[in-house]
Design a protein around this ligand. Structure first.
Ligand code: LLP
Length: 420
């Protein structure tokens, strides 16, 4: 989080004091650093320079057009999992030839749209899905380039809700039936087999699961080639985990990850696709709220802020740890706070018993490493408007998504009498 520092005791994002942004757009808001996003993307590109590699940003991590556009301008592709994400990637300027379409179950409509755009590759998750892609390709007179997502049955050692590479998970096709699946694909019209895909989970901070999975995939690729299939590309799925908690996490670098890719897949001579999301944007973003009240209970001091679980779901959904900072270093004594939002659920808690300098109503509170799976997972629960997003570049900032008006949210409803 090098772009996020205190200057003269005030929290700044690159060259901009956070207070300036808060005065312009009100709290809560998400704020991203352009330099940080670009630096993390460049890390992957330079680590994988010995490969013919394409870094496809997993748009699900942060799908703001401004962020996708920054990455596209540097040459990134996109990994999408819905028609909506595909439309966003295209609108932000990612060429269709650099877009891979992942996702457990693509609908016929989504498949047709992607075929019309002539995307680079479908990552296919089941035989019924393969049949739909083939039928749609024939209908539209197109050819679909496909890779099967293989479930290598590897434990990613991450939170159970974001672990995807075990045989009990709903993702991909089992290693054991993969040769038969490729055989079937080879016989279907409108299908061109181009490679193999996997994704074992997210927030992985240990290289061993990657190494185990890539080794299994390398073996499979050789078998598939001996079966007569063209395997020219390997899609390695999502990227590395990050250090949310400097005391406990120990995330490897992109260079260390690339060493594992080299060691396990280097001899295959394949193009490599990686789909990092979190590691590109998590540390490039913060969620900023302000203190509404400080409430003293018999046991605790609650710092109640105007951001809530609907704005940032990770702590309540995954019990995730996020560093939290005050907007100013005020020199006051540290206090142990439970930092919570105003939503009527006990799960609306960002941190328990966290030490911060003494705060007062109106002070800014920063939830760090919120740039990935933050804004994209927000909802309007409690009829709270989605929060704005701001991008900082050097000494400048721009609002890259406005706060919607209450009318635009409530106005989506129709009473029985007014509805068609
Ligand atoms: N590719 C595929 C097929 C994926 O399903 C994912 C993430 C990625 C790439 C990107 O993985 P990453 O590089 O970000 O680890 N909401 C959860 C994370 C869900 C991840 C889902 N798939 C969270 O907040 O931790």
């Amino acid at each position: 989080m090098t772009a996020f520092t205190y200057r003269d005791n005030h929290y700044c994002v690159e060259g901009v004091p956070l207070k300036r942004i808060a005065d312009a757009c009100g709290t809560p808001f998400y704020c991203y650093s352009r330099a940080e996003v670009e630096a993390r993307y460049d890390d992957y590109v330079s680590a994988l320079q010995n490969f013919d590699a394409l870094v496809c940003f997993a748009v699900k991590a942060n799908s703001n057009q401004a962020i996708i556009k920054l990455l596209a301008a540097r040459g990134a592709g996109a990994d999408v999992v819905s028609e909506g994400e595909l439309r966003r990637a295209l609108a932000a300027g990612v060429p269709a030839s650099k877009i891979v379409y992942s996702g457990v179950a693509k609908t016929v409509r989504e498949i047709e749209f992607a075929l019309q755009q002539e995307i680079r590759q479908f990552n296919v998750e089941s035989e019924p899905e393969l049949e739909e892609i083939s039928a749609a390709a024939v209908r539209l007179g197109k050819t679909a380039r496909v890779a099967f997502r293989i479930n290598p049955d590897v434990d990613a050692g991450t939170h159970e809700k974001i672990s995807t590479g075990k045989s009990e998970n709903k993702f991909g096709i089992p290693l054991a039936s993969s040769r038969a699946a490729y055989e079937k694909a080879a016989g279907l019209p409108g299908i061109e087999v181009c490679g193999v895909d996997l994704h074992i989970g997210s927030q992985i901070t240990n290289l061993t699961p990657f190494k185990n999975a890539f080794t299994k995939i390398a073996e499979l690729a050789l078998k598939l080639r001996s079966d007569g299939h063209t395997i020219s590309s390997i899609d390695l799925g999502g990227g590395l985990g990050i250090n949310y908690d400097e005391k406990h996490d120990n995330a490897p670098s992109a260079a260390e990850y690339a060493d594992v890719v080299e060691e396990t897949l280097g001899d295959l001579g394949c193009d490599v696709i990686v789909e990092p999301g979190r590691s590109l944007v998590a540390n490039a973003g913060i969620l900023v709220g302000s203190v509404i009240y400080i409430k003293q209970s018999s046991q605790k001091t609650f710092l109640i802020i105007d951001a809530a679980m609907n704005d940032f779901l990770r702590p309540s959904m995954y019990d995730s740890y996020h560093a939290i900072a005050g907007g100013r270093k005020n020199g006051g004594a540290d206090i142990l706070y439970d930092i919570v939002g105003p939503v009527c659920e006990t799960g609306d808690t960002f941190a328990r018993q966290r030490r911060l300098p003494e705060q007062k109503p109106g002070d800014l509170i920063i939830i760090e490493a919120a740039g990935a799976y933050g804004s994209v997972m927000a909802s309007t629960y409690n009829t709270r408007p989605l929060v704005p997003e701001v991008l900082v570049d050097g000494d400048e900032f721009r609002i890259i998504r406005q706060r919607p008006s209450y009318d635009s949210i409530i106005g989506l409803d129709r009473t029985w009498e007014d509805a068609d």
